[in-house]
Write a protein that binds this ligand. Structure first.
Ligand code: IPD
Ligand code: CA
Ligand code: CA
Length: 262
C-alpha cells in the first residue's frame, strides 16, 4: 500500500532537490515574508516543480504548500509540501536544508519523503512499513537519560516579538541535556531523531509543511510524538515534542512546564 504515492513523493523531492542543489551557493533573490522570514527564488522554483509533478499524477488531490497555500479540491487526500525547509540556511550558504513532502489521507499521515540534496540523503516512510535512509532501515536511538541526550529545537520567526517562553524552555533543556542543537530545518531535525542521530526534538509555532513528512518518518522509525502538553500530535498543532520512547517522558515533563504559555 502507498507504493505509488511514495514513489511520486520521492520523485518530486529528488527533482526539486536537484533545483536547490544547483542554486545553492549562488546569489539569490531574497524576499521577506516577515522581519526574519525569508523566501528565495529557489523556494518558488522548487515548489512549482513539486506541484506540477504531484498534480499531474494525482489531479484530484488537495495540495497544501508553503508558498502557494491551499489547493483544496475537497478530496480526502492532501499533499503537504515544504519546497525548501531551511530557507535561512540556504540563503546564507549553510548546507542544512531539504525538501519535505507528505501525504495525509482522512486526516492520517501515511507517506513522508524528506530529501537533503546537498549530501544526497533521502528519508522515506509509509504507514506501517518502517522508515529508511537511502534505502536502509532506520530506528530511533536507545538513549534513556536526558543527561546523555543530544536534543534539537528551533525558534519561531516572531522570536523578536515574543522570546520569553521560547528561551525559558530552551534554558531548561540546555541545563539538563548533554547537548542541544538548533540547526534550522525542522524536517531534518525530525528525520535525525528517526535515524538516532538526535535523541529528541521540541519546537513551537511550526506549520504543517515543516513537520508532516518528518512525523511519518519518525513514527515509522519507532519514535513518539505529542504536543507540549502530551496530547496526540497532528501537524496542525502549535507545539511538538518527538523522541525515542525511553526518553519521551523526561522531555515531556519539561515541555509541560511551558505548555500553559503556548
Ligand atoms: C523553518 C525551519 C526552522 C524552524 C522554523 C521553520 P523554513 O522553515 O524548519 O528549523 O525553526 O520555524 O519555519 O521557513 O525554512 O521553511
Ligand atoms: Ca519549513
Ligand atoms: Ca520553507
Amino acid at each position: 500500500m502507498w507504493d505509488q504515492e511514495l514513489d511520486i513523493a520521492t520523485l518530486a523531492a529528488r527533482e526539486a532537490g536537484a533545483v536547490l542543489r544547483k542554486r545553492f551557493g549562488q546569489a539569490h533573490q531574497i524576499m521577506k515574508k516577515g522581519e526574519i522570514d525569508l523566501v528565495t527564488e529557489a523556494d518558488l522554483k522548487s515548489e512549482s516543480l513539486i506541484l506540477e509533478i504531484i498534480s499531474s499524477h494525482f489531479p484530484g488531490d488537495n495540495i497544501l504548500s508553503e508558498e502557494t497555500g491551499d489547493k483544496n479540491k475537497r478530496s480526502a487526500r492532501t499533499w503537504i509540501v515544504d519546497p525548501l525547509d531551511g530557507t535561512t540556511n540556504f540563503a546564507h550558504g549553510f548546507p542544512f536544508f531539504c525538501v519535505s513532502i507528505a501525504l495525509e489521507v482522512d486526516q492520517k499521515l501515511v507517506v513522508g519523503a524528506v530529501y537533503n540534496p546537498y549530501i544526497d540523503e533521502l528519508f522515506q516512510a509509509a504507514g506501517g512499513r518502517g522508515a529508511t535512509l537511502n534505502g536502509q532501515p532506520i530506528r530511533v536511538s536507545t538513549t534513556e537519560n536526558i543527561g546523555d541526550a543530544l536534543l534539537a529545537t528551533g525558534f519561531p520567526y516572531d522570536i523578536h516579538q515574543r522570546s520569553d517562553d521560547v528561551l525559558d524552555l530552551f534554558r531548561k533543556m540546555v541545563l539538563v541535556a548533554q547537548g542541544v542543537r538548533r540547526a534550522g530545518s525542522a524536517a531534518l531535525d525530525l528525520c535525525y531523531v528517526a535515524a538516532g542521530r538526535l535523541d529528541g526534538f521540541w519546537e513551537q509555532s511550526l506549520k504543517p509543511w515543516d513537520t508532516a513528512a518528518g512525523c511519518v518518518i519518525l513514527k515509522e522509525a519507532g519514535g513518539i510524538l505529542s504536543t507540549y502538553s502530551g496530547y496526540a500530535y497532528s501537524p496542525y498543532e502549535n507545539t511538538i515534542v518527538g523522541s525515542n520512547p525511553l526518553l519521551f517522558p523526561q522531555i515531556l515533563a519539561i515541555t509541560k512546564t511551558a505548555a500553559r504559555l503556548t
